[in-house]
Design a protein around this ligand. Structure first.
Ligand code: FAD
Length: 310
């Protein structure tokens, strides 16, 4: 059995593994894909002390760093259930889809998150060919062009404000009859001349020429009228889904499915800690996830000291 078993090999899980292994305790890490979302990231320019790097490069150095401590890394395996230790202080179990169960005295959950998709025709075909999910990453690619943002929540309106400074024009499409973003963001958006908002707008198709996106089609939910927009880019901002479906019932999740943690990374289950995009931590960024991972590992170590036989 492990003293610390980490589920997830993104920035949060990797940082947790380094901090745990440096305490000289038996550390395992199980991940479907080592690197997590970082693998899907082209340029990273906000990792302090590194002016510019690329996702796959950062993921490779993270893996090399974790391996240098002799962490037992198990990849290409998905966890399907967590069985926290019982009140009697026995081991926790992490059940894998392969059928095996890994046992550990403490568990750190770092399964990350994924962007929610609209699921309309064309979205998958034009992904990275005009359809994108990350304004901070891809905004500059559409300099001087027309784009749309799907979603009128805080992330959608923040994206629209951000993009308006870079692109020619931004159209926001909101499914509901009103925007859900904070008032201060809505007022800021309304003050920008190169933006427009369509409420009750149901996106029905992302249109392209076979090679790249050229626009989208939406219908007005109040009267069924169909309209087409000519666009170079579509930013889908309808939510980030935590990869926590398999944790229901094992630890407390927020209404959005995020693992509820305190400022020490403690979950509702004793001996189970969590970090990164899968948790209630409000900011979903690489350095934030790494900070959370190190906090969770130090908390797990503290737990082990207090709960080991003298
Ligand atoms: P993730 O990176 O999501 O890693 C989750 C890990 O858990 C993976 O190893 C995954 O395989 C594994 N996993 C999930 N479920 C299971 C399971 N059931 N069993 C086993 N393993 C599982 N942030 C920045 O700071 N700067 C940027 O420039 C930046 N650009 C981004 C660009 C894109 C396109 C995207 C998608 C994100 C970007 N981010 C950026 C956000 C950043 O990538 C995330 O905040 C960060 O990766 C979160 O780390 P994490 O370890 O919590 O989760």
């Amino acid at each position: 059995p492990y003293e610390v078993l980490i589920v997830g090999g993104g920035p949060a899980g990797a940082a947790a593994a380094i901090y745990a292994a440096r305490k000289g305790i038996r550390t395992g890490l199980v991940a479907e894909r080592f690197g997590g979302q970082v693998l899907d990231t082209m340029s990273i320019e906000n990792f302090p002390s590194v002016e510019y790097t690329e996702g796959p490069k950062l993921a490779a150095s993270l893996e090399a760093h974790v391996r240098s401590y002799g962490v037992d890394i198990i990849t290409a395996q998905r966890a399907k259930a967590l069985h926290p230790a019982g009140a009697t202080g026995d081991m926790a179990g992490v059940e894998l889809e392969s059928g095996a169960t890994l046992r550990a005295r403490t568990v750190i959950l770092a399964p990350g998150a994924r962007w929610r998709q609209t699921g309309v025709p064309g979205e998958a075909d034009y992904r990275t060919k005009g359809v994108t999910y990350c304004p901070h990453c891809d905004g500059p690619l559409f300099k001087g062009k027309k784009v749309a943002v799907i979603g009128g929540g805080n992330s959608g309106i923040e994206a629209a404000i951000d993009l308006a400074g870079v692109v020619e024009h931004v159209t926001v499409l909101e499914f509901d009859g009103k925007l859900r973003a904070d008032d201060v963001l809505q007022r800021k958006l309304a003050s920008l001349p190169n933006t427009a908002v369509h409420l009750n707008a149901q996106t029905t198709e992302m249109i392209g020429d076979g090679g790249k996106l050229t626009g989208l089609r939406f219908s007005d939910r109040t009267n069924g009228q169909v309209s087409d927009l000519e666009l170079a880019g579509v930013f889908v901002q309808i939510g980030l889904l935590p990869n926590t479906e398999w944790l229901k019932g094992a630890v407390e999740l927020s209404p959005r499915g995020e693992i509820v943690i305190d400022d020490r990374g403690q979950t509702s289950a004793p001996g189970v800690f969590a970090a990164g995009d899968a948790t209630t931590e409000p900011f979903k960024q690489i350095v934030v996830a790494m900070g959370g991972g190190s906090t969770a590992a130090l908390s797990a170590f503290d737990f082990l000291i207090r709960h080991s036989a003298p």
